[in-house]
Design a protein around this ligand. Structure first.
Ligand SMILES: [Zn+2]
Length: 268
């Protein structure tokens, strides 16, 4: 049984939910996708009853603060766990070269030498090339350059049970050069910054982001069975699902999912 466990669903500067990051669960194995920007990554994993000792594989899509900074809080917690014998094995970080350079440059300056030495021993940074496939937590993931306008951004596609396919596109409006990867997919994960009616307030296009309407209109003929939208503003969390679904359904006839933080989606 594969599950998608949403740890956070907000954009880069939210306060009332956590930044977008999630786990791909395959039976008892976990693969963490992005880390958000704060120590809440550790807290939200605790709320989900997931021990950091179970996490040995992390993918960081790009260098922005809301995707990479949570990693340093994970590293700090893991260093403590290693010291007390509660973490075994290595921690693999899959990322592009830009992200790898940032991690290598930053972490030695953040912690006491004892921690830096421990982290250096267990950290295994795997630099990904465009269209490279890795078997992670028991499933194949093919990572690709999403051809973003900002920092170098990687997404991935993976085959689920029953030959179903899921594609994660990171947090920029999908570049039309990528459209062929997402057509006829079972699950596509894409950002939607805000409602179209509120674009004057949140100005998504300035940041290479989308509105619910713009994603749904762009993808309406792609035969994507489940469109998962996240990386949103945080002013409507109590009724975000309803508001976003109402807007999306006017332009998109297949299933749309607007997950909340800590929500678990069964991929079947
Ligand atoms: Zn982001």
């Amino acid at each position: 049984m594969q599950k998608l466990i949403m740890i956070g669903t907000g954009h880069g500067f939210v306060f009332d939910c956590y930044n977008t990051c999630f786990l791909m669960q395959n039976d008892d194995k976990y693969f963490l996708i992005d880390t958000g920007g704060s120590a809440h990554i550790v807290q939200n994993l605790q709320k989900l009853n997931i021990n950091l000792g179970q996490i040995h594989d992390i993918f960081i899509s790009h260098c922005h603060t809301d995707h990479i900074l949570g990693l340093f809080w994970i590293l700090k917690r893991l260093a403590g766990m290693i010291r007390s014998g509660k973490y075994e094995g290595s921690l693999n970080i899959y990322c592009n070269d830009e992200v790898a350079n940032s991690i290598r440059n930053i972490y030695p300056n953040l912690f006491p030498n004892l921690y830096v030495d421990l982290i250096t021993k267990y950290l295994n940074i795997v630099i990904l090339n465009d269209n490279e496939t890795k078997n992670i937590a028991g499933k194949d993931y093919t990572f690709f350059d999403a051809k973003a306008r900002g920092n170098k951004l990687y997404g991935f596609e993976t085959e689920l049970d029953d030959n179903k396919k899921l594609v994660f596109l990171g947090d920029e409006t999908c570049n039309p050069e990528i459209y062929d990867k997402i057509k006829n997919c079972d699950y596509v994960m894409h950002e939607a910054f805000c409602l179209d009616s509120e674009q004057d307030i949140f100005k998504p296009y300035e940041k290479h982001h989308s509105t619910v309407k713009s994603v749904c209109e762009n993808f309406k003929d792609f035969n994507i069975k489940n469109l998962i939208l996240f990386h949103t503003e945080d002013t409507h969390l109590n009724n975000r699902k309803e508001l976003y679904l109402n807007e999306g359904k006017q332009y998109y006839s297949n299933n749309i999912l607007i997950p909340d933080d800590l929500e678990i989606i069964e991929l079947n």
